[in-house]
Each structure stands twice: as structure tokens, then as C-alpha cells.
Design a protein around this ligand. Sequence first.
Ligand SMILES: Nc1ncnc2c1ncn2[C@@H]1O[C@H](COP(=O)(O)OP(=O)(O)O)[C@@H](O)[C@H]1O
Ligand SMILES: [Mg+2]
Length: 358
Amino acid sequence: MANVFESSKVVSLFKDERVLYPDFVPDVLPFRDEEVSELVFCLKPASIGRKPTNVFVFGKPGTGKTVTLKYVLNELKDYSDRAKGIYINCFEYSSKQSILARIANILGVAVPTRGVSSQEVFLRIIAVMKTTKVIPIIIFDEAEQLLSDDSTKDILYDLSRLPEQQKVLLGLVFISNDSFFLSNIDDRVKSSLQCSKIPFEPYTVPELKEILLARTKFAFFDYSLDKEVIPLCAAHAFKMGGDSRVALSVLLKAGRLAERKNSKTVSIVHVRASFLEEKPVKQEVTSNLSRQEKIILDYLSTLSKKEAESGELYKKFEGEYSDRSIRLAIALLKEKKLVSCKQVKKGNLFTRLIKKVN
Ligand SMILES: Nc1ncnc2c1ncn2[C@@H]1O[C@H](COP(=O)(O)OP(=O)(O)O)[C@@H](O)[C@H]1O
Ligand SMILES: [Mg+2]
């Protein structure tokens, strides 16, 4: 009998599907010229040994924040040896040790894996900055995550004071979906950071179409897509908040489905079918939650009405987490649409009712 893999015939519609993967960084970024030049303006001084301006980048999911920063870092790498980009996703690097280890690693600081305190790693980083005169540009992506834990908040405090205390230069870029990120940080830290703010607006339908079209040229063979496919993906992504990630992921899924069905082209039938598969996106969100967010969701699931007052949540996790970090976690869950919040009156007071969605 033929091998099962051999007998599964595959028509190739994709030239290179990797072009549609979420972490692919394209050579050109349509509609982000202004944001790119603003970033260049803030960071370029580092390439000639001057002080860069710190930046706060904010906007809804899928507005191109991450890809724009990665694009700018790639360009910076080709342009300057003096400035050194360090990209840190704060979900991935969520502890003080792991963040410092990553910075040390990229700056080429030798750090033994055991028996070294964070303080010692920090001192070694400073020493290397002084001897090499390299200016680190540290990008904290999903930066609101830094505020969920006291030890990672320390990093913010330490880094913000570094230029003045140690006479070394560095640039910091914070990326967040939460436009209130800056107002949630300590006043002293905020005032020494002096961040320049760059908002990222959601894409319109014509913009989404053009972004998709540019990617499609590299991802699919010429004959692969029916002409209604891109407009439909763009319209759907616009409905989902102008999120380019949705547009690309729907197109990728539709392409795979069309191949599996041995279809000669990708048609709107495949696109519609891939709308129904939106679930994995949510799973991705849930696997990226902070510990506080997870325990809140877990706790709400145990309740019959799946809801609790904010005060009840503070009390429940008292001793383990501060009210403030629980409040932040609730705000993040709300932003990710995993909980809903409602003001309710209780006696003479207003309180918030937090309810798990689904
Ligand atoms: N202007 C653009 N041109 C091309 N691709 C883009 C553009 N903006 C976003 N993308 C793509 O859309 C997806 C989501 O963008 P991303 O930067 O991850 O959004 P954010 O970080 O704002 O949530 C990524 O695959 C990215 O490559
Ligand atoms: Mg991002």
C-alpha cells in the first residue's frame, strides 16, 4: 500500500507561506513611514554617541507596533555599531533575572549561569557599557507586563536612573496596547524617562488591502487567489478592529484549506471557513497571560455565575498580590476581552463586577 504521506497529493498555491507568519518582518512597511521616521529621529543620536530620546509606542493590537520596531532595529543594525538594539518581549522574558540575562547576553557580557545575583549582572552590564561605549536601545514589547510584578518594576526604576547616576547613555522604547501604560508608572520614573509618544492608528480597509496585496506577491503564486479574496480578508480584519494580524492569519488559513481541498485557487469559500477558526488566536492570548491574570480567570471559572466584585478579588489574593497589580490584571483581561466589567451600586457605594466572558 502506498505511504499515507505519498498518497496525499498537494497542489501548491503557496510560493512561500512563511511570508504570512506573524513574526515575519517584510522589507517594506506600507503606511508606517511617519512612525518609522519619528522613531529614527528619536533613536538616531545614539549612532553618533549622543543621547537618544526614550519612546512610548501605543495602539490597538495589529496596528504594526511590533513589526515596525523590528524593522527599525534591523535598519539600525546595518547602520551603526555604536547603537545596539535589544528586543525584549515582556511576556517571554517576564522575570528580572531573565530580562537582565538577555540584555547581558546581547551586549556580550559574560555571566555565569549560577550563583550570580541580579545586582551583580546589572553592574557587569554597566561596566561593559562604559568600556565599549556601546549605547543599548532596549525595546520592551508588551511593556504593561513589566508593571505586573515588583521585581520587574525595579528594572524600570534602575534603568531610568542609569544615565544620570552612571553617566552612560541608553535608549528605551516601550510598546503597549494600553495607552495608560505611562500613567501607571511611578511618577519619579516617568519624569526621568521623558518619553516621546508615538500612537499607532488602526488600519482602514484600503490600507489592509494594500498590506495584504504586498505580502501576497511573495506568499502565493500569481494564479492562486480569486480576486474577491483580499477584499474579504481586509473587510473582516477591519471589523475586528483594523487588526492586520487577523487579515494575514485568515489569508494563511484560507490558503492552507484550499491546498488541502486540492482546489486550484483560494476562493471566498475558504476565507469564510477560516473565519470560523478564529479560536486559536484566543488560545494564543490565553497562553500569554500573566500569573495574576490566570489566577483571576481560574477563580472566576469556579464561581457559578462566573463573576465577582473587584473587592472580592483583592481580598482573595491579598498577601500574594497587591490590589494595584490585581487591578492592572483586570484591566488587561478586559482589554483582551476575556472579562467584562460593570459598575454596580452596592448600598451607597459603587463597585465593579468582573465577569468571565464565555
Ligand atoms: N504596515 C504594515 N505592512 C506590512 N505588514 C504589516 C504592517 N503592519 C502590520 N503588519 C503585519 O501585521 C501583523 C501584526 O502586526 P504587529 O506588528 O504584530 O502588530 P502589533 O504589535 O501592533 O499588535 C504582523 O504579521 C505584521 O507583520
Ligand atoms: Mg505586538
